[in-house]
Design a protein around this ligand. Structure first.
Ligand SMILES: [Zn+2]
Length: 334
């Protein structure tokens, strides 16, 4: 048996993989079924030219789309405890990790990098759905902590591209603990008065939606991205109702006030450059507020509006009052 599994099987797998290589030059669009040549798809940032479907973008390509080749630096992430529960389903968790590492060429489901957007430095986290469904385990929690620390230390905005099926069940309760942990990471950024921007990509669900993915000062999403906590079928079975069309899709969430903008992938970089410039640059923001008459261009009008919507300072001022009032009410009840 050992000879079969250790020698024959890898040889066969290698043979099959090689044959698949030729097929992999063409990819089928899950939206319209069109076959697209891989180079064309890459050039188009993995957006289908026929139906505009936004397919999942690997972290490397995402970083290049934001910063250009070699104009960013990946931050090293600390090692985490491997397989703390000695988990096994059909496969050992350690084997699954190894397979995903060789499949994606990445160490874990999240990547942290720094670079400049329109001259302003930023820290970016990109989640990788191809790596175990982007699931949030210890390593993703660690990535969020590293990113938040880097943003605070360098006084830059933090941008997260989320993509996840939720928490990593192979790490049990430890993966659920990453929900409060990443929430603390986000609040560190907020306390430092720095912008936190979330870009929800297809799909963002489960514990990730229930923590850092919905806490942005500005919430963006890619077109048609699936965003939700529980799956549609689970909700339908629970409430015994048929859900409306487009439920849990980016456009539906935008219509219902859960998002600020749905942004096409081809316009994502420019949109982020604009937002970071408005929020990240305190001097410019003050200038825009103080001198609206002198700089009356469409650009500054937009500036003032956006700055008003997500002014982090204003929120910080009103929050303590509210808390104090709430505390006072409780006292009165007793
Ligand atoms: Zn298509």
């Amino acid at each position: 048996m050992n000879w079969l599994t250790n020698f024959v099987r890898p040889k066969l797998q290698a043979l099959v993989r090689k044959r698949n290589g030729a097929d992999n030059l063409w990819e089928k669009c899950p939206g319209c079924g069109q076959m697209i040549f891989h180079r064309e798809l890459e050039q188009n940032l993995r957006v289908c030219a026929a139906c505009d479907r936004h397919m999942q973008l690997p972290p490397g390509e995402r970083l290049v789309s934001l910063f250009g080749e070699a104009a960013y630096e990946r931050l090293e992430l600390p090692q985490v405890v491997v397989d703390p529960l000695k988990f096994r389903d059909e496969k050992r968790y350690t084997d699954r990790l190894r397979d995903n590492r060789s499949k994606t060429g990445e160490e874990e489901a999240a990547v942290v990098a720094t670079g400049e957007l329109g001259g302003n430095p930023v820290v970016v986290v990109v989640q990788n759905f191809a790596f175990m469904g982007g699931s949030m385990g210890l390593a993703v929690g660690e990535a969020m902590m590293v990113a938040a620390d880097a943003a605070v230390e360098r006084r830059t905005p933090l941008i997260v591209f989320s993509a996840a099926g939720g928490a990593r069940m192979q790490e049990g309760i430890l993966s659920l603990m990453q929900m409060p942990r990443t929430t603390i990471a986000v609040s560190q950024v907020r306390e430092a008065g720095l912008p936190y921007i979330v870009v929800l990509t297809d799909p963002t669900t489960g514990g990730v939606t229930a923590s850092y993915a919905m806490l942005g000062d500005v919430q963006l999403a890619e077109p048609s991205a699936l965003i939700g906590f529980a799956g549609q079928r689970v909700i339908e079975n629970t409430i015994g109702e048929t859900l409306p069309e487009g439920f849990q899709r980016a456009e539906y969430l935008l219509d219902h006030g859960m998002l600020d903008m749905v942004v096409h992938r081809h316009e994502m970089r420019d949109t982020l450059v604009r937002i970071v410039d408005l929020l990240g640059n305190r001097d410019r923001r003050e200038e825009a507020v103080l001198l609206p008459a002198l700089t009356e261009t469409t650009e500054t009008t937009e500036t003032a509006e956006t700055a008003e919507v997500v002014e982090p300072g204003a929120e910080a001022e009103t929050l303590p009052e509210r808390t104090a009032a709430a505390a006072g009410d409780e006292g009165a009840d007793e």
